[in-house]
Design a binder for this molecule. Sequence first.
Ligand code: ADP
Ligand code: ZN
Length: 738
Amino acid sequence: MGENTSMRAFYDQGARVAVQTTQPLDRVLTYRAPEGGCWQGAFVEVPLGPRKVMGVVWGPGERGFDASRLRAVIRVLEVPPMRAEMAEFLTRVGDYTLTPMNHMLRLATRAPGLTNPPSMRKVYRMGHGTPGRLTDARARVLDVLDEHGGAGGPAFTLGELAELSGVSASVVKGLVKSGVVAEEESPRDLPFPHLDHTAPGKALSPDQARAAEVLRTGIESGEYGATLLRGVTGSGKTEAYLEAVAACLAKGRQALVLLPEIALTASFIARLADRFGARPAEWHSGVTMTERRRVWRMVAEGGAQVVVGARSALFLPFRDIGLIVVDEEHDSSYKQDDGVLYSARDMAVLRGSINAAQVVLASATPSLETWANAEAGKYQRVDLTTRFGQSTLPEMRAIDMRNEDLPGNRWISPTLATAVRGRIEAGEQALFFLNRRGYAPVTICRACGHQIGCDHCDARMVEHRFLKRLVCHQCGETKPVPDTCPSCEAEDRLAPVGPGVERLAEEVAEVFPEARVAVLSSDLFASARALKAQIELIASGGADIIIGTQIVAKGHNFPRLTLVGVIDADLGLQGSDLRAAERTFQLIRQVAGRAGRGDIAGLALLQTFQPEHPVIRAILSGDEEGFWKAEAGERRAAGVPPYGRLAGIVISSPDLDAAMGLGTTLARDATALDRIGAQVFGPAPAPIARVRGRHRVRLLVKAPKTAPLQTALRDWLARTPLKGDIRLSVDIDPQSFY
Ligand code: ADP
Ligand code: ZN
């Protein structure tokens, strides 16, 4: 596979194999080598109990094994073997996050059919025939092909294409007959088209050129390095780091660009294709199974030069990765909050250091962690100080809600309404930002005060009129809105309290009856495709007013948008969360950055009841360094991240006493933590005290910055085995505290 296998150890007797299972199994097992032996790193199939599972040859068999008594490796798979750097990366991520290797391996092999041998199959792509008159079903097939890059995009199997288009296989076959869709025999996994790094980029501004030069020098060094690339939205960060991608390709190494949001990949991929003459590989949950397998293999074999994807792309088996870009590095979606609890931003830096790769962390509003690392000199820092071209950063002003005349159940102040009206009349767009999905966050009974909650969680149900149901944002449970109160049985007394985007949309329709309104909220769209269509509609001027949750903060470009109204600037300040101030600062600045990207100056208006709050003042004054310094000072004094370390422990059980009991035992017997100077807080019921019928109890461990936290946690937790239906999860560097 293009690699010198003579460097790898070879085993013909026994070998330790790390296996991929969901069972808790924190060790590697020794197997008898297969007929003909196996190399270090080979992917193999082994028996485990009654089943066959995939594994990786991890090392020589344990000493003193009796080969005749071992079960044998079933076969070596036709997959490029795991590289030593990958094995090291998995080991270190596992050690850092306290995750057993069998779970780490699952992350590293998230492609179906890896065990199947390469073969041929029929695939379907856009053909050259003229469509003529189309039925709806046929048009949908062509839409799907178009949306995936048309003739230049990936090919689909019959099943995939039919499913994505929501048509039967015979519809696709019909299109093949008329020549509109082409049917081809193709090897299962084809290399991606070559990307031309010599194609010239845009002429860079002096600022951009300086940034690109720093990044290029890093790539040239062939060594590890991390750089914070900071610049407001629209300052041309992407253009600057594309130069680094080009330099990386010129060195014959691979590049990975991580994006926080799947909805952003389509336009980013188009931009990259424009620059390098062909589409890169794409990796996220919306990519078909066949394509994922292709990406996985081609990344391993070098048949994919650039991958654009979500955080899990970090675990692809790159042959030689030279650059990892983490775009919008502050985004909280980089923290995986289910399964292996890792931060893709931090693990990108780890992977870069293991692979002698450059890491670029790009953001308009970096996380305090990254800002502090740059301050401390661990990362380089490059700033783009102006917006590219004409556009300027919007002016920011507060609307003091204490002085506004606004009836209850209304959220758009007269001042904001007047400003919006002016923009619409001038043919511009305005955005109302409210970070709350659904119609109303609370449904309350006017007769008895009962609030409708989820039956399985300790959370209130959120009304979604669009779905005509109440939804639990914790577990996803839904139920119809009842006519009578479930508590006092009074009829027709249930009333919504507080606004969500859907309710705001009603108010907007009343206040601006003439305006064309578009709502952007992740749950309102059945598919990424529908969301993309809405985004394109807005970008092309098909709406006067946009109502959006935080998805509007993420990098979309709306050239006609000149006014942003933040409905509730105080919303994020209420939480007890360590990062409440930082998040509010980032989110509001990001949203405000949506205004005025064209040649008209933008304005952001913040509705607030506390215009004197330090965070609101920092946002308004635009004094970012000042904000970070103040925030850093407070965190340093409190000994919390990034100046101290935290680990969250969540214990869950159907039985509250059992969960509390375990928490108390752990808190009482914490000598392993005392030894490193760490403190334990709790146990306490978690802020969301019940999820899916399980009670949740939290402990928080706080340790000095340089303490060996993981080792101490391991010792501490190993003393108290879990009994019955109790589960315990450890979240190192927790981002949220629910
Ligand atoms: P950011 O990543 O900081 O948000 P982008 O790189 O996306 O900024 O640039 C913002 C806009 O300006 C994009 O539409 C981009 O095509 C354009 N742009 C950026 N740099 C240049 C340049 N040097 N020449 C022409 N257009 C540019
Ligand atoms: Zn629930």
